[in-house]
Design a protein around this ligand. Structure first.
Ligand code: PGA
Length: 250
């Protein structure tokens, strides 16, 4: 079962995530990271970005990211490329040649197939040490939505209605502008990492509960982490609330 660490709130969550990333870098200077976007990690990325130079030494590290919205080029303010560059990559000393961000371009089926296979191959050749994950309201990791096979690899996926709904505010409530597909690493890629760590804060209590307490099943992709011997969940009290209720004596 994944180890679970509960911290007080979002601030402590961000500090703890940043601290662990520093520990991972100190332990392995040339570590390979698979990193997420999303609101959960903004706090940690902000701490890393504003740290004293040298605190987080990414000079030998490699960074991949998990996923991208399809049809959002890097210049699109809603693209994950933009998010990653603005909130982390441009603020740290990682070498440009060691940064591999998922391409969100719409491609022909043949090109897409070749692109996804090449991404998988790169991940496999480098070997991912540290995979960091957020969790969707219905338990997605990366953009592996409910129903994703645990053996899935990099591919294009359709967004669930919940994922689209969760993007509404970001797109000024204009559903017609929201991408309906994404490109994501698969669950197999995530499980191939040495240490997958999922962080969650408010709004994710049910998803965290399902991920940890339900039998591993594709209906909750994050439950796949139960099958990994080094998986860790770092969650704040809000995200742990359903676990705490189920653990309370009756
Ligand atoms: P969030 O997204 O960090 O913005 O909550 C996580 C996710 O959907 O994977």
């Amino acid at each position: 079962m994944p180890k679970v660490e509960v911290v007080k709130d979002y601030k402590e969550l961000s500090e703890h995530v940043a601290y662990l990333i520093k520990t991972q870098l100190d332990r392995k200077h040339d570590a390979t990271f698979l990193l997420p976007t999303g609101g959960t990690f903004l706090g940690a990325y902000d701490i890393i970005s504003h740290a004293r130079p040298g605190t987080y030494d990414f000079s030998e590290a490699t960074i991949f990211n998990l996923d991208e919205r399809l049809g959002t080029p890097p210049t699109d303010p809603h693209s994950f490329q933009r998010y990653m560059r603005k909130n982390l990559i441009d603020q740290i000393n990682v070498k440009p040649e060691n940064v591999h961000l998922m391409d969100g371009s719409v491609m022909s089926p043949e090109r897409n197939d070749a692109y996804c296979k090449a991404f998988d191959r790169m991940l496999g050749e480098r070997g991912v040490d540290y995979c960091w994950l957020g969790i969707g309201g219905e338990g997605h990791i990366g953009y592996n939505e409910a129903g994703s096979p645990f053996g899935s690899t990099t591919r294009v996926v359709d967004f669930s209605p919940r994922t689209i709904e969760d993007m509404l505010a970001e797109y000024d409530n204009d559903a017609s502008r929201i991408p309906t597909k994404g490109r994501t690493v698969g669950i197999r890629n995530i499980l191939a990492s040495r240490e997958p760590t999922l962080a969650a804060s408010k709004g994710k209590a049910s998803a965290v509960y399902m991920a940890l307490k339900c039998k591993p099943d594709r209906s909750c992709p994050a439950s796949a982490l139960q099958t990994h011997e080094n998986a860790l969940f770092i969650i704040d009290e809000a995200a742990a609330s359903e676990l705490l209720v189920s653990a309370a004596p009756s």
